[in-house]
Design a protein around this ligand. Structure first.
Ligand SMILES: [Fe+2]
Length: 249
């Protein structure tokens, strides 16, 4: 965890460019907007649940195929939820805590369940966020455009940097776009880690996650086989820019 965290911070420092005038409310960042939108990240009677996908498996065709979506959502994501609940069952003291709270304090969790919550809690958070991040036919909005140009110099640089980081992830992991201290930054994590894990104790230290791309082969292998680059390029066609504008409000 420590090395991944250091890597994340280093990459963020290297890739985050520029400071802008748009204000991000620190209180809002502490509990992510995403969590407010999705009750599945709060346990229901002590159990985490797989929320409805919100669209059909074929909705992201032809960019992400229906079979991949069905297996990814109903098998992979469901398994993360099941194993997260198994971990919580072993530590009743954690029952009722939100997933954000668990991940923000990961290093302080009981050692018997820390790894399971890191892997499966991370998997549940990441995939819940991922499904909401995708929709075809939306257009990049004004708030994001302004932020991206201020942070990266141009939309082209933002996209090329995101693609470069995505292709640079060795093995399974995720690439992220986060907002921190009024600045957009791009980074990557391994396995099911994410930017919230042990992010810090003060609101200013906790990033707001804006976008994430699943770089596990299960996300693209049926359609693209080993061509991660094609999957990443296609991803721009399914980014839900409407959702991103909401996250930036
Ligand atoms: Fe996945």
């Amino acid at each position: 965890m420590k090395s991944n965290r250091k890597e994340f911070i280093r990459n963020s420092t290297l890739l985050g460019l520029g400071v802008l005038g748009l204000g991000a409310n620190a209180k809002d960042i502490f509990v992510s907007t995403f969590t407010k939108l999705d009750g599945s990240l709060m346990p229901n009677n002590g159990r985490f649940e797989l929320a409805p996908l919100g669209y059909d498996y074929y909705a992201l065709e032809p960019f992400i195929d229906a079979q991949t979506m069905e297996i990814h959502y109903s098998k992979h994501h469901q398994t993360y939820v099941n194993k997260l609940n198994e971990a919580i069952d072993k530590e009743p003291s954690l029952r009722g805590k939100s997933l954000d709270e668990l991940l923000l304090n990961l290093s302080g969790l009981p050692s018997a369940v820390k790894t399971a919550i890191r892997n499966h809690g991370g998997g549940h958070w990441n995939h819940s966020f991922f499904w909401k991040s995708m929709k075809t036919g939306t257009q990049m909005g004004p708030n994001f455009t302004k932020l991206a140009i201020a942070s990266f110099g141009s939309i082209e640089t933002f996209k090329s940097t995101f693609e470069k980081v995505s292709l640079g992830v060795f093995g399974s992991g995720w690439a992220w776009l986060i907002l921190q201290n009024n600045q957009l930054k791009i980074s990557a994590t391994s396995n099911q880690d994410n930017p919230l894990m042990d992010a810090g104790k003060t609101p200013e230290m906790i990033p707001k996650v804006i976008l994430g791309i699943d770089l596990w082969e299960h996300a693209y292998y049926l359609k693209h086989q080993n061509k991660r680059g094609a999957y990443v390029t296609n991803f721009w066609n399914v980014v839900n820019w409407d959702e991103i504008e909401l996250l930036l409000k």
